[in-house]
Design a protein around this ligand. Sequence first.
Ligand code: TA6
Length: 331
Amino acid sequence: MAAGAPPSSPSPPPPASQQQQQPPFYELVKGSSGLEKVQLRGARGCFAEIYLYGGQVTSWKNDHGEELLFISSKAIFKPPKAIRGGIPICFPQFGAHGNLEQHGFARNRLWTIDDNPPPLPVNPAIKAFVDLILKPSEEDLKIWPHSFEFRLRVALGPTGDLSLTSRIRNTNTDGRSFSYTFAYHTYFSVSDISEVRVEGLETMDYLDNLKGKERFTEQGDAIVFESEIDKVYLAAPSKIAIIDHEKKRTFVVTKEGLPDAVVWNPWDKKAKAMQDFGDGEYKHMLCVEPAAIEKSITLKPGEEWKGRLALSAVPSSYCSGQLDPLKVLQG
Ligand code: TA6
C-alpha cells in the first residue's frame, strides 16, 4: 500500500483448497505403550511412521495401504528393548563387541524433532518429511566418550518411495576424532521367504557370521533362502533388489555412503529363541541392511558424514537380471 494512501480493508484469505499447506507435513501422535511417533502422509495415500524412541521407522505403506515393512507381532515397545522390526538404526556400532550393547545405543534412545536443521538439498516435490536429532546424554558419554549430532531425515517421495538420510557430525571440543560402524537394519515384509530372491549381490565377497566371520565369495546367481543366513556383503553395489515372487513385488534398495550390506534371516531355531519374535515369523521377513561395517567411518572434529537409504516397491513385471525396474517399466 503506498505511503499516505487510506488503509484498504485486508483482502479475504484464499479458500482453504488453495491455501498452500504449510510445513510441518507430519503429525505427532501417541503410539504403543504411550511412546510418541510421527506420522507422514504422502501423495496418493502413502504413509510412514517413525517412533521418537530409537528414531525408528516402524511402518511404510504404499498407495494401496499395504504394509511394506515387517514388525514382529511380539515387538516390545518398552525401553530399553529395541523395537523388533521396521528400520532400527545401528550406531555407533554394528554387532556386539567392547562395552557397547549389540548394535550400539541409537535405537534405544529417545530422539527429538529437529525444528531447525541445517539445510539439506532435497527434491522440492517431497513435502512429507520430518527431521529428528540425537545427541549423547551424560550416560552415553560414559560408555562412548564422544560428542556428536546425529540428524535423521525421513521422507516420503512423490511416488511413495521412502528415504532416510543420516548426517552425523563430530562435535568433540577436545580435538579428538571418533570412529563408528553403522547400519540401517531394515526388515522387509515378504509373502514367503522361500519365494524370495535377492539380486545385486552375486559374486560379491561376504563375511559369514555363521562361520566365524570367515570371508567367502557369493555364487554367480541370485540369492535364495532355505536356511538361516547372516552375511555381511562387502563393497556391495549401490542398488539391491529383493524380489517377492508371490506378491509380484520388488523392493529396490538404493544406498549412498554405505559400502556394505547385511542379509539376515534367523530361520526357525533362532526365531524360537527370540522372545520378541514369533516362531513362524521368519517366513514373512527378510533383513537387507545397508551398512558401513568392514571399514569403520572416522570423523575429525567438525566433520560430517552422510549416509542415505532409499526404498521403493515396484511391480516385478520384469525378468530377473535387470536391476532397474524403472527402465523396464518405461520400456
Ligand atoms: O543384522 C544381523 C544381526 O547382526 C544378527 O546377527 C542378529 O543378531 C540380528 O542382527 C538382530 O540383532 P538384535 O540385536 O536386533 O536382536
